[in-house]
Design a protein around this ligand. Structure first.
Ligand SMILES: NC(=O)c1ccc[n+]([C@@H]2O[C@H](COP(=O)([O-])OP(=O)(O)OC[C@H]3O[C@@H](n4cnc5c(N)ncnc54)[C@H](OP(=O)(O)O)[C@@H]3O)[C@@H](O)[C@H]2O)c1
Length: 265
């Protein structure tokens, strides 16, 4: 694949590193990286396949898959700039701009261009993003290209675009929600006698282990809970106390509040 990332900031950089780590899987031929000031990317300049430029049109001209990773407010201007270089038979455009719909991108580039909207999260920097993908009609024909790229950086799920706001809450904001849960269990562990670094290690690894148990066994959370709740034991005592105080209910209410807010923005 010949890939260009237009707007290599926080997210674009993580995507670039992930692509370079997995260049064989992706069959990478070239990776054009653009931003207006490329000095911050000079460490990547010596890597084979990488080409740094401030010229977005040149990056598009010599690439097939164009990942646009600028801020939502910068998207329209960048799309207008590259429009004349985009060829519907050659290019697939992938936008990661939060809240910018496929129809907004079609308005700028035309409905015949294969367009894919991707919503990764910050765990992309460690190759563990949950990335949701939606596409227009022509984009669906080349969705495998987006899957190859984002599967190399975590997992992907193709969804109807109407669920993209919900996916943003669950996966992108979700990173913050899970961080707060890890912080709370760390604080609990400190209260129970551990030093803060030990407490955070216990909390993080237990969180990772719980997720991996579900992923590897493909079981339901309640099945795994049943395995650790001895009748009249300490686990069910703690769980029920958390639920009396609204653990599940407050998480669900938080997700719904976040969803209502994202729909107002
Ligand atoms: N961070 C996340 O977790 C996350 C998750 C999902 C989606 N997103 C979306 O991803 C996009 C990027 O987010 P970010 O956090 O990576 O933002 P960011 O760090 O501000 O990156 C945007 C980059 O675009 C470059 N840029 C601006 N105008 C440009 C132009 N005309 N041509 C070329 N490059 C240009 C900027 O560099 P110069 O100033 O040097 O040009 C900047 O480095 C946003 O739309 C955001 O909504 C982010």
């Amino acid at each position: 694949m010949k890939i260009a990332i237009i707007g290599v900031g926080n997210l674009g950089y993580s995507i670039a590193i992930g692509i370079l780590d997995r260049k064989k899987e992706i069959e990478l031929k070239s990776l054009f990286l653009t931003k207006r000031n490329i000095t911050s990317l000079e460490n990547l300049d010596k890597l084979s396949a990488v080409k740094l430029t401030t010229d977005n049109k040149r990056a598009v001209k010599y690439s097939d898959v164009i990942i646009v990773a600028v801020l939502p407010s910068q998207l329209k201007k960048v799309l207008e700039e590259i429009k004349e270089e985009i060829n519907p038979k050659k290019h697939t455009v992938i936008s990661v701009a939060t809240g910018r719909k496929i129809k907004d991108i079609e308005k700028a580039l035309g409905t015949d261009i294969p367009i894919i909207r991707a919503m990764p999260n910050t765990a992309i920097s460690v190759g563990e993003s949950m990335t949701c993908l939606s596409a227009n009609k022509n984009g669906n024909k080349s969705i495998d290209k987006a899957k190859v790229i984002f599967n190399a950086l975590g997992q992907t799920l193709c969804i109807d675009e109407k669920h993209m706001q919900a996916a943003t809450v669950i996966c992108a904001s979700g990173i913050a929600f899970w961080m707060r849960l890890i912080r709370a269990t760390t604080q609990g562990a400190v209260q129970l006698g551990f030093h803060s670094e030990e407490a955070q290690q216990l909390s993080m690894q237990t969180c990772l282990g719980a997720a991996k148990l579900l992923i590897d066994s493909q079981s339901h959370p309640e099945q795994e809970i049943d395995k650790v709740t001895t009748p009249s034991g300490c686990t069910i005592e703690g769980l029920n106390e958390m639920e009396h105080n609204g653990l599940s209910s407050s998480l669900i209410q938080g997700l719904v509040a976040s969803y209502q807010k994202i729909n107002e923005i």
